[in-house]
Write a protein that binds this ligand. Structure first.
Ligand code: NAD
Length: 361
């Protein structure tokens, strides 16, 4: 039976990338019943919202979506579609595999890690108090009453870092489940529990408890600064890494850099009711309509979607074909060539053609 999936082209280079990805995913032979829905700058211009209700309803109905990037114009007053999506659908787990494919220039060719980032809590929960407001002053005084050693300087802005048992447990479980389902051997939890005992310390103690339910998967923990040091010296020692929101955000981009750039890094935002697959990079608006940018990150997000849908064989075939096209280095976009003005670089669409051809050989 065909899989019903919400297809969101997005804006900027999004529609070109989605079209390339859709063609490759279909070429695996898996059948899809696409429900195409708008989001981003273009629909904002027409309808005054970057994320219409019909798009949200479609994702809720189908439970699975794949999305091209969407622009968030600075100072426009419209909120990021990705933040809205995460909030509305409680997509609490952000999964970002970072694998260095042969043929890509990177100093870290051994890298094959999966970053699992908590998406809803931590310093990104949006609980903030602006300096010199009544609320910030009240909070400052209240904290000093609660704890006489808690001195906060005058004229301070304050951001709150909540980390709950519920949030920690479900993200760590999602990392272990991912490890189990994808044949991974180890989960490392990253934190700064030596300094932030009641937030990161809680995350760590919950992680240790959850690990006991997964005796088949090795577990270890690392202090976040040490993890960063080790990732760039011994990346081969890491497998699945689970982190609270802020560290996860930073380490995700570190991982993308280690594998050769944003154009190669896929992602999935997963919740209990829905999962949304999309590239790590943005809409690269300056290349809009030029058939130029690299579709690998979105195509690999398509591989993650196939895995999520239980289409393991198709996912493996598609990933192998992408890897092979990159290894050969002929039909690849400018960013994967030795120099950025290499005349042999192909466009987004031709890259997809090469992957389809590779899958059919
Ligand atoms: P960006 O990722 O869009 O582009 C930065 C640069 O990276 C580009 O100029 C290009 O040189 C390179 N690049 C990005 N994707 C590439 C690809 N597939 N192939 C080759 N090169 C690629 O980041 P930005 O310019 O900071 O953001 C542009 C817009 O995208 C902003 O409005 C931002 O809010 C939005 N954004 C959206 C998402 C999303 O939808 N998930 C994620 C990040 C940023």
């Amino acid at each position: 039976m065909a899989h019903a999936v919400t297809l969101i082209p997005g804006d900027g280079t999004g529609p070109e990338l989605i079209e390339a990805t859709r063609r490759v995913v279909e070429a695996t032979g898996v059948e899809f019943d696409w429900d195409e829905q708008p989001a981003g700058e273009d629909v904002y211009a027409e309808e005054g919202t970057p994320f219409p209700d019909r798009t949200l309803d479609s994702i809720k109905r189908n439970g699975v979506g794949i999305k091209g990037p969407t622009t968030t114009p600075v100072g426009s007053g419209f909120r990021s579609v990705n933040v809205l999506l995460r909030k509305e659908l409680d997509l609490y787990s952000c999964i970002r595999p970072c694998k260095a494919y042969e043929g890509v220039r990177t100093r870290f060719p051994e890298t094959d890690i999966v970053i699992v980032r908590e998406n809803t809590e931590d310093l990104y929960a949006g609980i903030e108090f602006e300096k010199d407001t009544d609320q910030a002053e009240d909070l400052r005084r209240f904290l000093e009453e609660l704890d006489t050693s808690a001195h906060i300087r005058e004229h301070s802005g304050i951001s709150i870092k909540p980390i709950s048992v519920f949030g920690s447990e479900r993200i760590v479980r999602s990392a272990f489940d991912y490890a189990r389902e994808n044949g991974r051997r180890k989960v490392s939890a990253a934190h700064k529990a030596n300094i932030m005992k009641h937030s990161d310390g809680l995350f760590l103690s919950v992680a240790r408890q959850v690990a006991e339910d997964y005796p088949d998967i090795e577990f270890e923990d690392r202090i976040i600064d040490n993890l960063c040091n080790q990732l760039v010296s011994r990346p081969e020692e890491y497998d699945v890494i689970v982190l609270p929101n802020l560290y996860g955000d930073i380490v995700s981009d570190l991982g993308a850099g280690m594998i050769g750039g944003l154009g190669l890094a896929p992602g999935a935002n997963v919740g209990t009711e829905a999962a949304m697959f999309e590239a790590t990079h943005g809409s690269a608006p300056k290349y809009k309509g030029q058939n130029k940018v690299n579709p690998t990150a979105l195509m690999l997000s398509g591989v993650l979607m196939l895995q999520h849908l239980g289409e393991r064989d198709a996912a493996d075939r598609m990933e192998k074909a992408i890897a092979e096209v990159i290894r050969k280095g002929e039909s690849v976009t400018y960013d994967l060539k030795p120099t950025r003005d290499d005349p042999s670089a192909v466009g987004t669409s031709e890259f997809a053609d090469a992957v389809i051809e590779e899958m059919n050989t």
